[in-house]
Design a protein around this ligand. Structure first.
Ligand code: SAM
Length: 243
């Protein structure tokens, strides 16, 4: 049946994503710097500046991986606040845990969770939810957005940092060329894993564009949604609030 087909496709995608991130976990940070020429740090810094994070808040970073965002949130929320770094992948979460504990972040919990359900988390329990370069890996994005809405407190804020659609055609062409040739090549040379980086390029191309993601957030119940393009729309930060 059609339904049966969808189920197979879905578990296939989840298995592929698990394989990719287990395989790249140890090299993840160095590859991020290499592939984005270090620019991912600026994208993240900008996204964090839009979160409005404050002392005493409860923050959930979904698909948080090696903890770039959680590390900053840990400092910003201070001793009276709490940060949860969550990820579906044990290998990624373990790299994040080691890194944050070594950095002295003692207000952070580490929780294995699928973004589609966010099962470990209670309704209305976070002031801020973030997902950075994670949503494109999630099979059922609408379901994940509903779960993010569920765990936010009323008045709480969601921030999605993700690859998006370049706004100028020449940039789009150059970027396609880069992702489908240079990325897998660097993956091969540095991580000895061309296939995972081929997947990365494909997942970026398949991801919804700016307007589509904004509409999906509105459908999930978010209000006052907006987005900011970074680096000509190669990346966008989407923001929405729970009423
Ligand atoms: N947020 C980090 C950053 O910005 O550097 C890590 C991003 S990394 C590209 C994507 C992460 O999404 C991986 O750690 C992967 O394990 C996680 N992931 C993939 N599918 C997921 C899902 N369904 N639920 C939660 N995390 C997921």
């Amino acid at each position: 049946t059609h339904f049966g087909y969808q189920t197979v496709k879905k578990s296939e995608k989840q298995a592929k994503v698990a394989e990719v991130f287990s395989s790249v976990a140890r090299k993840y940070d160095v590859m991020n710097d290499l592939m984005s020429f270090g620019i991912h740090r600026l994208w993240k810094r900008y996204a964090i500046s839009l979160t409005g994070v404050r002392s005493g808040q409860r923050v959930l970073d979904i698909a948080g991986g090696t903890g770039d965002l959680a590390k900053v949130f840990s400092r910003e929320v201070g001793r009276s606040g709490r940060v949860v770094l969550s990820d579906i992948n044990e290998a990624m979460l373990e790299v994040g845990r080691t890194r944050l504990i070594n950095a002295g972040c003692n207000n952070v919990d580490f929780v294995l969770a699928n973004a589609e359900t966010l099962e470990p988390f209670a309704d209305n329990s976070f002031d801020l939810v973030t997902i950075s370069f994670g949503l494109r890996n999630v099979t059922d994005k609408d379901k994940a957005l509903l779960a993010m809405h569920r765990v936010l407190k009323p008045g709480g804020r969601l921030l999605v940092l993700e690859f998006s659609k370049p706004v100028f055609e020449p940039l789009s062409k150059a970027y396609d060329l880069y992702s489908f040739t240079a990325l897998p090549l660097m993956g091969k040379l540095v991580a000895n894993d061309a296939e995972s980086y081929q997947y990365l390029a494909e997942s970026i191309r398949m991801h919804p564009d700016q307007q589509t993601l904004k509409a999906m957030m509105e459908n999930a119940g978010f209000v006052n949604c907006d987005y900011h393009n970074l680096t000509g729309g190669i990346v966008a930060v989407h923001r929405g609030f729970k009423a």
